[in-house]
Design a binder for this molecule. Structure first.
Ligand SMILES: [Zn+2]
Length: 214
């Protein structure tokens, strides 16, 4: 049997990959491709009144439910929020991720945009670029947006993906993040608007937009 095409989606927090690329992930898995989300942080700071392990378990559970809906798999790392680059170094995750990428041989990697104002999102962007310097067989590299407005600056080629058929899976997957209602309220509104705007380009109802940067 030929090997399944593999795609990796890097995600600073447990909900970012769904917000940024959930519909596209569902499209790929529907086509028989293997998609793995790499989540760098459980986001344990969101509930300071709960023990960190409780938040981690809750987040992991929600993320696994979202992945069941999108039919992708997930790997968690436990970087502390706002300490990504330091923790990444001290925990020596670089070697770990280089192994994963070398083994998976992804055709595409999706990661955060450098224009995103969230420091953890920026950190994941930088980490991704540094990792790819150490990989021989380079995948195509795409960025997605969470907190930054749709970019007008970039001159990179855009990739529009029709997600009208999988948009409902994306919304269902987002609903699994019960612990983050307030956190995701704004992006959900923004993402509906964005997916709709991108959809107009393709004469379809909803689409996701990425930029290919490598
Ligand atoms: Zn995030």
């Amino acid at each position: 049997m030929p090997r399944k095409e593999s795609i990796l989606v890097f995600s600073a927090h447990s909900d970012d990959f769904v917000l940024g690329a959930g519909g596209t992930i569902a499209n790929y898995t529907k086509e028989g491709k293997k998609v793995t989300a790499i989540v760098f942080s459980y986001g344990e700071k969101s509930h300071p009144w709960l023990k960190e392990e409780v938040v981690q378990r809750m987040r992991a559970q929600e993320t696994l439910e979202a992945c069941t809906i999108l039919k992708c798999s997930v790997l968690f790392f436990d970087l502390r929020e706002l300490q990504f680059e330091e923790d990444f170094r001290t925990k020596n995750l670089g070697a770990n991720l280089v192994d994963i990428i070398t083994k998976e041989k992804p055709s595409k990697i999706f990661t955060h945009s450098l224009e995103d104002p969230h420091p953890d999102h920026k950190a994941v962007h930088t980490i991704t670029l540094n990792l790819l310097k150490k990989i021989k067989k380079k995948p195509e590299l795409y960025i997605y947006s969470i907190w930054n407005p749709v970019s007008f600056r970039t001159t990179y080629p855009a990739l529009f993906v029709k997600i009208s058929k999988t948009f409902s899976f994306k919304m269902q997957a987002l609903k699994t993040f019960r612990s983050q209602k307030i956190h995701i309220l704004y992006p959900v509104f923004l993402l509906l608007f964005r997916n709709f705007l991108a959809g107009i380009k393709l004469h379809t109802l909803f689409a996701e937009k990425f930029y290919r940067i490598k």
